[in-house]
Structure formats: C-alpha cells, structure tokens
Design a protein around this ligand. Structure first.
Ligand code: NAD
Length: 295
C-alpha cells in the first residue's frame, strides 16, 4: 500500500494562521507587535531566498520584521556589535542570524552573543543545554517542525524506535533530544555509522537529515515506518534545470506508512515554527501568557 503523504505545506499554513490570529491580543496587551530581526551577511543566493521568504511571512503574520543586510566583508566586531544592539532593542523579540556566515567570521561566537531570550533559532549554547536537560527554552525550528508533524500523525510517540540520520547542531542533535523527551528509543546515525540499513530496519520513525540525494533506500525501511525527509538537495533535472529532492529514495513511498514529500514536507515548517517561536519569545519577554497554550 502506498504511504500516506504528510502535508507539511498545509500544516505550516495552519500554524502560521494560528500565530497570526494570536498577534492582535498580544498587541493589545503589550502596545506593540512581536518583532523579528534577521541578519544576513554576504550574498549567498540560497540564504537570500530564505530571508526574503521570512520577511514576507513575518509581515503576513502581522509581526514587525527588521532586516539587516551586511556586506560579505563585514568583520566579526561589527557583527557582534549589531547583535548587542538587537539584544538591547525592546522592539526586537527574536534574532535570527542567517547561516552560513562568511569564513572569516567565528560563527559560534556570533551565535553565543545572542540573548537566549531572543534566540528564536534555538542555536545558543544556553538553549541547546536547556533542551538537553529538559528545561524550557527555544528549540531549533526545523526539528521542532518535524516533531509537530510526527505527533500530528502518530499521537503519543512513547516507546517507538526512532533513527535520526545526521548529527548537526541545527537538525540531527536537537531532533534526537526532542524524540528522547517524547520517550522514543533513539539511535543517532551519522557518517561513521557502520550498519545504517540495520539501524533503519528497526525504526518506527526515520528522520533523514544528511544532505545526500536519495541516500535512504526503500528496501532498508521497516514496512509501515513514518519517514520524515529533511534533506533539501538541488540536482540536475536533465533538461538544464535543477530540481529539489530529499535524502530518501522516492520508492520509499511504497514501503513507508507515511512520508513527507520534498518539496512541500519539512521545508515549509521551518519558517512557520520560527514565527511561532517569535510569538512565544514576545509573550515571555513581556510577561504575558499565551492565550493559545497549544501553540
Ligand atoms: P550537515 O551537513 O551539517 O550534517 C549532515 C549530517 O549527515 C552529518 O552529521 C553527517 O554525519 C551525516 N552524514 C553524512 N554522510 C552520511 C552517511 N553516509 N550516512 C549517515 N550519515 C551521514 O547538514 P544539516 O545542516 O543537518 O542538513 C541536513 C540536510 O537537511 C541538508 O540537505 C539541508 O539542506 C537540509 N535542511 C533542511 C531544512 C529545512 O527543511 N528547512 C533545514 C535545515 C537543513
């Protein structure tokens, strides 16, 4: 039987609508709308596309967007100075520094300079530690979006076997921590894993975050598994154009119970969760309870 398609695009649109619906009550109570500052250094074309989409959806949600575009040659001191100014700006609830930063900048130092209360990407050591130890904080947007899709599909995840392929700070590690917090039995696979097919074959949940087209083969999956494909890979479509594909072989749809498509699966969730995190940051900073506690 063909797998159910997990419609991340539709889920993300509903989440953005719920965020937008919560903005007027915050504005009434706080006397201002939530604000998200985005910092883009250099002219990486993929980053520019993401930043444009973020700006558009921030405005659509009724929030204030503050965009800071800096030349590629911007030095570390200037960047740290901007982060400090954004930390101190009362109109800014969320700060997002678009990665990757140019090679001459110490990315870790810039991220660590962000006020954890405004770290809506969840990348600061403070928020990573909070996730690791089960304290409230901000969780990286992409893995939190994956968890929302999994819970929507499967309900209670307790006791399920989960494999996360990839161990980056942005996706793999926080994804594994989130699944552990849901009481899954979690295996984190990575480039040095010896027997990836065996690990995947045991899994009720597979989250692929590698960045290699179709590397997860259909034959490796346990029939009925739920597959979340985080990969975004641009490949040659053969007619001179490029197309987007995930990390999972499309034939997996014949074996899995449910699967996210690429595009239209995990991708749209990231910005929707970013807006959700910004709304939450605004409420926490203003000391106003969020009316919709399920957000
Ligand atoms: P990364 O390059 O930082 O990490 C890739 C991980 O894959 C590494 O931990 C590595 O150990 C692992 N890996 C490499 N080869 C492997 C192999 N043969 N077997 C098992 N594991 C292997 O990448 P990332 O930032 O975590 O992103 C992963 C993918 O997710 C990319 O395609 C990226 O574009 C995509 N992504 C999508 C979104 C989104 O949907 N919004 C957000 C972030 C990343």
């Amino acid at each position: 039987m063909a797998a159910a398609i997990i419609d991340g695009k539709a889920f993300a649109a509903r989440l953005r609508a719920r965020v937008a619906a919560a903005v007027p009550a915050f504005a009434d109570a706080a006397g201002r709308v939530p604000g998200l500052a985005v910092v883009l250094v250099g002219d990486d074309p993929a980053s520019a596309v993401y930043v444009r989409a973020k700006a558009r959806m921030t405005a659509e949600a009724g929030m204030a967007g503050f965009e800071h575009r800096l030349p590629a040659a911007t030095d570390q001191a200037a960047l740290l100075d901007l982060v400090r100014r954004l930390n101190a700006d009362p109109a800014v609830d969320g700060i997002l520094v678009q990665l990757p930063l140019p090679g001459h900048v110490d990315e870790a130092a810039v991220i660590a300079a962000i006020d954890p209360a405004k770290d809506v990407d969840g990348f600061t050591p403070e928020n990573a530690g909070r996730l690791a130890t089960g304290l409230p904080g901000f969780v990286p947007c992409t893995p939190l979006g994956c968890l929302m899709l999994l819970k929507d599909r499967l309900g209670d995840l307790a006791g399920l076997d989960a494999v996360v392929i990839g161990r980056s700070n942005i996706v793999g590690k926080p994804m594994a921590r989130l699944l552990l917090a849901e009481s899954c039995t979690v295996t984190v696979a990575h480039s040095r894993t010896r027997d990836l097919p065996a690990a995947i074959g045991r899994a009720d949940i597979v989250v692929a975050a590698v960045g290699r087209p179709a590397m997860v083969q259909a034959a490796w999956l346990k029939p009925g598994a739920t597959v979340i494909d985080v990969g975004i890979n641009r490949i040659d479509a053969g007619d001179g154009r490029t197309m987007l594909v995930g990390d999972v072989d499309p034939a997996a749809a014949d074996v899995a119970g449910a699967i996210t498509p690429v595009p239209g699966g995990v991708g749209p969730m990231t910005i929707a969760v970013l807006l959700r995190n910004t709304l939450v940051a605004a409420h926490r900073r203003a000391g106003i309870p969020l009316a919709d506690a399920t957000l």
